[in-house]
Design a protein around this ligand. Structure first.
Ligand code: ZN
Length: 510
């Protein structure tokens, strides 16, 4: 609201200066023309940023910056100013017919036809020919929509993306693992393009099924009604281990996720000369960039599920208690020769409490941008096999150390693709299910190479996920001789597989 007010004033004073002469009208006319062009550009390119203003209750309730009054005020006050400057033109469009049409167009591009219709119907231009025509068009499209079968929704996942192949595939002892389970930037971008071209549309896990009060007054799970034009098919995307672990330093990955100057999530990466560059150095900003260009790739603002362990910290911030003191650090690093002094020498300004506040601020920004946050266990444990005692301790640690940063999470993406049950519907009386359920988890994802694996239970949902990594892609290539075609429905693996990879990609057992 503040932004809009600020922008209104700017727009008003700008207009007031130009009164009277014909010259003024010419200038005013050209300004309006410019605004129209900008409005059009914004419509095409700025889907996400403006969706925030467009009154989705979910987004707004999550939109409060967590950093207020916590010492990050400097950074916080900067972003609204930047937004205000950007939206000076945007706010002028807000009040014009063109502005309303552009905003409705963005909502409709993301398949929220009801919101688009409501926006125009409630606008001061509701009776204008243009608004009536747009409403009629949205209603016409709406009548053609098809409900997606919630049990036929595929889920693909990635790890941290490799930005610099020469560093990830440099022959050191990490190369093999990166080659097997990571995806390169070029592969990721080609996968997005192919899935977009084939009509895939990103949805949230919460769109597929959700917990609600049922007709009989009990709380239970209900299938979502994902309505898409014919030929479009929903899918879920997730990314595991978005922690930028210590061991990944210098191997060609981003350093951490930050809130950019425009208030949107972006990444920092350390360059060869030691400088820190800000840009689209991992899945989150790359996906946002793609959706800016292709707003119809995202259903009602959906983004990916982002999953964290807790043993180093989240999003590249060293938030685990082991970073809070020399004693705890040296204990946690007993099997390495790393000492707290070395850690601090690399980060002279390190402040543990600040680190946690910064991580929480980024987590909040991700939720406001449409991302869903998830547990990947605290210690990257096999949650199906470990002792029950360890299972409880790990789950509690995640709650204490990570959920205190992310806010309540109801999704768990099991490490190693393990699970707490086999493919049969969960035995919901099992101790492990009961414990996770008591901690608020409702969505449980394993790894499965089937196209679809969705189970919607009375009080939870399960979905299998498909790894789109070096291992899976290599063994789908004709040259691997396996005859596998696991990825055929998503993309042409011959076109996507990054030839910078050392081949053959080692088998997982090797
Ligand atoms: Zn993992």
């Amino acid at each position: 609201m503040e932004n809009r007010h600020y922008s209104d004033r700017r727009g008003y004073s700008r207009r007031r200066r130009q009164t009277g002469s014909v010259l003024s009208y010419i200038i005013l006319g050209s300004i309006l023309a410019t605004l129209l062009v900008i409005a059009g550009w914004l419509y095409l390119h700025k889907g996400t940023g403006d969706t925030k203003d467009a009154s989705s209750p979910d987004v707004e309730s999550d939109g409060t910056p967590p950093g207020e009054g916590d010492g990050t005020g400097g950074a916080d006050t900067e972003s609204p100013e930047t937004d205000g400057a950007q939206e000076t033109e945007g706010a002028a469009e807000d009040n014009s017919l063109e502005g309303y049409l552009a905003r409705a167009g963005r909502l409709a591009a993301g398949y929220d036809y009801d919101a688009a219709i409501e926006l125009l119907t409630a606008s001061p231009y509701a009776d204008s020919q243009e608004a009536l025509a747009a409403v009629e068009e949205y209603n016409a499209v709406k009548s053609t929509l098809v409900r997606a079968n919630p049990r036929e929704i595929t889920h693909v996942f990635f790890h941290t993306l490799i930005m610099d192949n020469s560093k990830a595939f440099d022959g050191d002892d990490r190369q093999k693992g990166y080659n097997q389970v990571m995806t390169t930037k070029s592969e990721f971008l080609k996968i997005l393009q192919s899935m977009y071209d084939r009509g895939f549309v990103l949805v949230r896990l919460h769109d597929i099924a959700y917990e609600t009060t049922l007709d009989d007054g009990s709380v239970g799970f209900r299938e979502g009604d994902i309505m898409l034009p014919p030929g479009k098919q929903p899918f879920v995307m997730s990314q595991d281990d978005v922690c930028y672990y210590e061991y990944m330093d210098g191997d060609g990955f981003a350093k951490r996720v930050i809130v950019g100057e425009d208030g949107r999530p972006t990444c920092e990466m350390k360059m060869d000369d030691g400088s820190i560059s800000v840009g689209s150095y991992d899945l989150i900003p790359l996906l946002d960039d793609f959706i800016d260009e292709h707003p119809d790739f995202s259903y009602k603002g959906a983004r990916a599920v982002i999953a964290f362990t807790g043993y180093n910290g989240i999003l590249g911030y060293r938030t685990a208690p082991s970073y809070s003191s020399k004693e705890l650090y040296d204990e946690a690093h007993a099997n390495t020769n790393k000492k707290y002094e070395d850690f601090l020498a690399e980060r002279p300004d390190f402040n543990y409490e600040q680190e946690r506040q910064d991580a929480a601020r980024v987590a909040e920004c991700l939720k406001a941008s449409g991302y869903e946050l998830a547990s990947h266990s605290w210690g990257h444990r096999n949650m199906g096999n470990i002792d029950m005692e360890d299972f409880i301790a790990d789950t509690d640690k995640w709650e204490d150390q990570v959920e205190t940063l992310t806010g309540p999470c109801d999704i768990i993406l099991f490490p190693f693709g393990s699970d707490i049950g086999d493919w049969h519907p969960y035995d919901t009386s099992s101790e492990r299910f009961q414990y996770l359920h008591s901690k608020g988890f409702r969505y449980f994802c394993n790894v499965d190479s089937n196209k679809y694996y969705v189970q919607i239970g009375a009080d939870h949902m399960r979905q299998g996920r498909r790894n789109l990594d070096g291992y899976r892609m290599y063994y789908d290539l004709p040259e691997s001789g396996t005859g596998n075609e696991h990825l055929k429905d998503l993309f042409d693996v011959n076109e996507v597989f990054d030839r910078d990879r050392p081949t053959p990609v080692p088998k997982m057992s090797e």
